[in-house]
Write a protein that binds this ligand. Structure first.
Ligand code: UDX
Length: 445
């Protein structure tokens, strides 16, 4: 099939590459000329495992091309996926101006008597598909025929290609048989559950899924806080909860809170949608509030341990919001570093992929140093804070951490080390939600 992708962020570029890999002819458009130039020569401005290889292969085999000319995309595509950003506005609601601009450009450039299926893949509030209809009517003036489909993407950064190729489900929100049949044909080779629903349901499914997962994370973090006061090991508790098939084990890893480009933004936007429709949003509002101050936990442990943080040097491992990505959007590391610097502490930073992005917010300075090796980042530091569970951190021998640090204080925001071993090594080790160990160590002060 001939597919057009408008917007080459995470969702757009991954969808484009994967559709091409499945044998479709795909053209990707973006207003950002630099991005398009870069993709055209097989360079990806974002790091995503496997993406470069797919780009290279599908460009070489002439199934994937790039353009900054929307007319070219519209002319050659029957199905056009809108994958532009929907960033948060100051009040938390989604800014849909990029979606509007994309649909307007498609409407204006669609040839007379043509038929196009416009697919909303960006995450948008319920009812957006109705606005898309209005915009196409206004700017196309009845020259062409359009169908509208809502087909949200559920991919996770760092695992995006695998998620696209092996999804848990494919949700298709449609109003016409023709659009339904075309989309089902496009997804024919994907062996998974396909749910065909009305467009409003499809729009809500995406926000509700992300908000529900965010709620699971905040829930387990709340229980972890209880463990730290009463005893109990959060990993045992997650397992105990997870064995209940109705609950499930996934997204019950306690930590320092969720970040990224989706959960924080989508939870806020979902609250806004509910407020607009006068629905009680207090449940999901608590999730947002709870998560937004979670990073303070790290600061308060550091203060408990080191008292005054001014002039103390703290090492931080893992600046990305999660492993296998260079994305630092809404990463807890940002708030933590900002707060430490406000307190006139120094930070020594290491991340396998996200350093370049982090430097854009916190350039190297007297109080901010970057190191290319995790152990090097510990030198002269009074404490280590682990913020992202990169696999390479798990492989580091805790004895080497002990030797490298000036004081053996480790705050493990992702519970990557075995508590028993850390205790044996006489670390002052602070995992999340392992109360007994935390208390024992405090008692042994
Ligand atoms: C998420 C959704 O999973 C995906 O379906 C949607 O399309 C986009 O948003 P993503 O933001 O890439 O994907 O990452 P995800 O793996 O879901 O993690 C989000 C955040 O939650 C990360 O900060 C992660 O560290 C945190 N998290 C996740 C936890 O703290 N505990 C968990 O158990 C799982």
């Amino acid at each position: 099939m001939n597919i057009g992708i408008v917007g080459t962020g995470y969702v757009g570029i991954v969808s484009g590459c994967c559709f091409a890999e499945e044998g479709n002819s795909v053209i990707c458009y973006d207003i950002d000329e630099e991005k398009i130039r870069s993709y055209s020569v097989c360079k990806s401005p974002i790091f995503e495992p496997g993406l470069k290889e797919l780009l290279k292969k599908n460009i070489a085999e002439k199934r994937l091309s790039f353009t900054t000319d929307i007319k070219e995309l519209v002319n050659s595509s029957e199905i056009i996926f809108i994958c532009v950003g929907t960033p948060p506005m100051n009040d938390g609601s989604a800014d849909l101006s990029q979606v509007e601009a994309a649909v307007r450009a498609i409407a204006e450039n669609s040839p007379k008597n043509s038929y196009k299926i416009i697919v909303e893949k960006s995450t948008v509030p319920v009812g957006t598909h109705m606005h898309l209809k209005t915009i196409t009517k206004l700017y196309n003036k009845g020259k062409s025929r359009f169908d509208f489909v809502v087909n949200s993407e559920f991919l996770k950064e760092g695992n995006a290609i695998a998620d696209f190729m092996n999804p848990d489900r494919i949700v298709i929100g449609v109003e016409t048989d023709r659009a339904r049949d075309t989309l089902l044909k496009l997804y024919e080779c994907f062996d998974t559950k396909k749910l065909v629903v009305d467009p409003s349901s499809a729009e809500i499914i995406k926000y509700a899924s992300n908000s529900f997962l965010a709620m699971k994370i905040s829930f387990i973090n709340m229980v972890a806080d209880l463990c730290e006061k009463t005893g109990g090991d959060i990993e045992n508790i997650s397992q105990g909860l997870g064995y209940d098939g109705r609950i499930g084990r996934s997204f019950l890893d306690a930590g320092i809170g969720y970040g990224g480009s989706c959960f924080p933004k989508d939870v806020k936007a979902f609250i806004k949608v509910m407020e607009e429709h006068l629905v009680d949003s207090s449940l999901i509002k608590s999730v947002d509030n709870f998560n937004s101050i979670r990073y303070k936990k790290i600061i308060s442990i550091l203060q408990d341990e080191l008292w005054i943080l001014k002039n103390k040097e703290i090492a931080l491992w893992g600046l990305a919001f999660k492993p296998e990505t260079d994305d630092i959007r809404e990463a807890p590391s940002i708030n933590i570093v900002r707060e430490l610097l406000n307190m006139e502490a120094k930070v020594s930073l290491y991340d396998p992929k996200a350093e370049e992005n982090f430097r854009k917010i916190f350039p190297q300075s007297q109080n901010v140093r970057y190191e290319a090796e995790p152990l090097k980042a510990l030198e002269n530091c009074e404490a280590l804070v682990i913020l992202t569970e990169w696999e390479e951190f798990r492989k580091i021998d805790p004895c080497d951490i002990y030797s490298a640090l000036a004081l053996p204080i480790v705050i493990d925001g992702r519970n990557i080390f075995p508590s028993d071993k850390m205790k044996e090594l006489e670390f002052r080790y602070f995992p999340i939600g392992k109360g007994v160990i935390l208390r024992d160590m405090r008692n042994s002060k």
